[in-house]
Design a protein around this ligand. Structure first.
Ligand code: XMP
Length: 514
């Protein structure tokens, strides 16, 4: 396995995902994680990530001495290379302007990391992606400069006898064409990791671990219909069969027909024990008269915990609570003690562990990225359309009905949303957008119904393209397509006479309307 020390770059998780893709397990630790743990971890190589700081400033983050004492191969990327230079007797320099985007590096020496890679026939040149302010002005004593560009004197450097390397560019982004090849060389050839991290192996390993941990005990899982809890359900069902009981709460704020689909898939098709709680009445009652989005989120979340609590009290033998926590949640909530780079807005799903329940936690996806969870889902036999679904917020339609939530609105919205999604799938556009949904606007606009004027509701459509959901572009869906969706919604739904398309980017507009 590989250890990645995170200096706070936006791209750090991407490095980890690439390495996992190669088939090697890795973990991301904050750069100031207890260094005594490094030796215990047992990595075969260490990667130092990029970061927003400057080594030229006093108190800049450093790689701990234990990294160098470990005797392991090291790869510094961007800031990671700069700190290698600064710490080992080279020099770094602050630049007047940032370099961001495509660059061409020229390989000027042959090493195990870059030697022989090329994007241009017969020439020793690579197309790479740069994103940096500072650069290395001088490699440390004993190191060889292995690549240069016309802007910087050290684009890559190596100390082969120790298997230490640095690159200024970002091999983890796809714009660096040989990036994956470079990472593979570091991880497999230089560090000697074996590529055993595959969906099938992960499943086998987790099944064994779960069986060991829970023994003959019973386990409860809150099944939401989302990707993570669905994969946990499928995995645990395979591991412990009827010792698993899923609780599915139908809040009345889910996607169209979702309750029936979840039951059909898990209970009927797979034979998983699922308790379905039809709680729509309780939700609508509790939400009556509440217009503030945060207040709605709280009510929806609390009621979920309440119901989940009631249901689990009925399962007297349960000793464990399974959750679909995934690796990005773990990294984000751990964070760095001093790092300030990634205070990322984290959206907690509804629910949580009621304090007094005293259940142990089973989190079989804790080490996995979303793309790995999806691959596991496919391997476990879940349908592609479920595993590759767009994200759906925990509070569901509760935050897509602006202002007060009412049953009538929720029913209209679920149908409108279904029409939009259905048409996206038919037009082969569903997988081309990152998230798409309808929003209910509780405003009445004028329409003509027959010969009379009628005042009816408005539905807004939103579709975005994004990599990380932190920023997003509105999707340029074809006009004819939007026309079809609008016609269907207006024709099929009584009470809606106007459909609009949201053309705002994030920032400043968030993806959801509330
Ligand atoms: P925003 O609206 O903040 O959304 O641009 C970014 C992503 O987060 C989802 N989202 C939520 N997910 N609970 C959730 O579980 C929430 O309260 C929530 N609010 C937004 C949103 O759907 C998008 O994918």
């Amino acid at each position: 396995k590989i250890l990645i020390l995170d200096f706070g770059a936006q791209y750090t998780q991407l490095i980890a995902r690439r390495i996992r893709e190669i088939g090697v397990y890795c973990e991301v630790w904050a750069w100031d994680h207890d260094p005594a743990e490094i030796a215990k971890f047992g990595a075969k190589g260490i990667i130092l990530s990029g970061g927003p700081e400057s080594t030229t400033e006093f108190g800049a983050p450093k790689a701990p001495q234990e990294v160098f004492d470990s005797g392991l191969p090291i790869l510094g990327i961007c800031y990671g290379m700069q700190t290698l230079a600064a710490q080992l007797g080279g020099a770094t320099e602050a630049a007047d302007a940032r370099e961001f985007g495509h660059a061409e590096v020229e390989l000027v020496a042959h090493d195990a990391l870059l030697g022989g890679l090329s994007d241009h026939d017969g020439e020793r040149r690579l197309d790479v992606w740069m994103s940096h302010g500072d650069h290395v002005a001088q490699a440390p004593p004993g190191w060889t400069v292995t690549a240069v560009t016309d802007r910087i004197p050290v684009a890559a450097m190596a100390l082969e006898e120790k298997r230490w390397y640095g690159v200024q560019f970002h091999p983890e982004v796809t714009h660096t064409k040989q990036g994956l090849a470079l990472l593979r060389r570091f991880v497999v050839e230089i560090s000697g990791c074996r590529t055993l991290w595959t969906a099938a192996n992960i499943i086998e390993d987790q099944i064994e671990r779960v069986r060991e941990v829970v023994g003959q005990d019973e386990v409860i899982l809150g099944l939401s219909g989302g990707v993570d809890s669905s994969v946990v359900a499928a995995l645990l069902h395979k591991a412990i069969g009827s010792q698993l009981t899923c609780v599915f709460v139908d809040t009345g704020l889910l996607r169209w027909n979702e309750g029936d689909q979840v039951m059909a898939m898990f209970a009927e098709h797979m034979g998983v024990k699922v308790v379905r709680v039809n709680a729509a009445d309780r939700y609508f009652e509790r939400l009556a008269g509440v217009a503030d989005p945060e207040a709605k989120r709280k009510i929806i979340g609390n009621l979920f915990v309440e119901i989940f609590d009631e249901e689990s009290a009925k399962l007297a033998n349960a000793r464990w609570l399974a959750q679909g926590t995934i690796y990005p949640d773990v990294i984000e909530s751990a964070g760095s003690k001093t790092g300030k780079a990634h205070v990322i807005k984290s959206h907690h799903n509804v629910g949580g562990l009621p304090e007094h329940m005293k259940l142990g936690l089973v989190e079989p996806l804790r080490e996995l990225f979303k793309d790995e969870v999806r691959r596991l889902g496919v391997e476990l036999g879940l349908p592609h359309s479920m595993v590759y679904r767009h994200p759906f917020p925990g509070p569901g339609l509760g935050v897509r009905i602006l202002g007060e939530v009412q049953r009538e609105y929720a029913q209209l919205l679920a149908k409108a949303d279904h029409i939009f999604i259905d048409e996206l799938r038919r037009a082969d556009l569903y997988d081309k957008v990152s998230q798409a949904f309808a929003v209910f606007l509780p405003v009445k606009s004028v329409g003509v119904v027959g010969d009379a004027r009628a005042y009816e509701w408005v539905i807004a459509l939103r579709a975005v393209e994004t990599i990380d959901f932190m920023t997003a572009h509105w999707a340029h869906l074809p006009h004819e397509f939007l026309g079809t969706v609008s016609n269907r919604i207006i024709n099929e739904l009584r009470g809606v006479s106007r459909v609009v398309y949201d053309i705002s980017g994030k920032p400043p507009a968030t993806i959801e309307w509330e």
